[in-house]
Design a protein around this ligand. Sequence first.
Ligand code: AMP
Length: 304
Amino acid sequence: MSSAPELVIVGSIGIDTIETPREKRVEILGGSVSYACAAASFFVKTGMVGVVGTDFPDEHRALWERMKIDLTGLQTGEGKTFRWSGVYEENMDNRRTLLTELNVFETFSPELPEVYRDAPYLFLANIHPALQLHVLEQVHSPKFVLIDTMDLWINIARDELVEVVGKCDMLTLNESEARLFTGRDCLNEAAAELLTMGPEFVLIKKGESGSILFSAHGDYSVPAFKLETFKDPTGAGDTFAGGLMGALAESGKTDENAIREAMLYGSVVAAFGVEEFSLERLAILDRMQIDDRCASFRAACLTG
Ligand code: AMP
């Protein structure tokens, strides 16, 4: 029997087709839990909860195994794997979704293996809030739960989202989603309102402008790690949050200072991730490269 993971992550597994101004890649590995587990795996033993179809290529599963991701919680459903396709505009700032095919997601019910239920850290990555809630109901007493979401669920499953957010320690979302969720333009006001929904921390992602952590103690900003070039920003938010949760779980702490430190790691791993499509860069990354880049990033943050 496999040993218990310190961190469990539930989310989507997708086969993505992505078009940037320079390149189009067809049927590559994606999904929120795929990016998040890959990022977290540099720090702690991480268990994946998700579903693939019978068409899911063995090579993707083999890649996760090479990254030492625990796949006990991975289900194979009858039918095709979730498909998603998106296109980036010239400046890569805007992305349009061209296709979303739920496939095996339509009947997916995440069931946690017994060995996952005592995990101290849980990340509910982007997936329908009813499924996030179902996972939360199965864990015994996690030390720290992070939840992510997207505009789709804010629009079509708001009540379920509010319910599950109220049971989590930290909510992460990007700035446009924070505005959509609260109807407030001012980010400070939006964050203040999100804090009243229950989580102790709200982490707002601002893409190339970094991220801001809000709590009762105020706010704390981390810039994005500056890259000369990047190829594909898909999954950057998932990679950021996965890296953050991995680093936090490794520290064994849940306080604000530990979250701030973990944000640096999340930023650095996300910056590596966007250098290539899919998990291609993370697949050849090692912990020493992360620590080196984190040391220079920390110094740059301190000197402004
Ligand atoms: P992000 O760039 O953070 O929005 O994440 C991109 C990933 O989200 C892609 O790899 C997709 O497979 C996945 N994705 C796209 N739409 C959805 C959806 N409705 N639910 C869950 N995951 C999705």
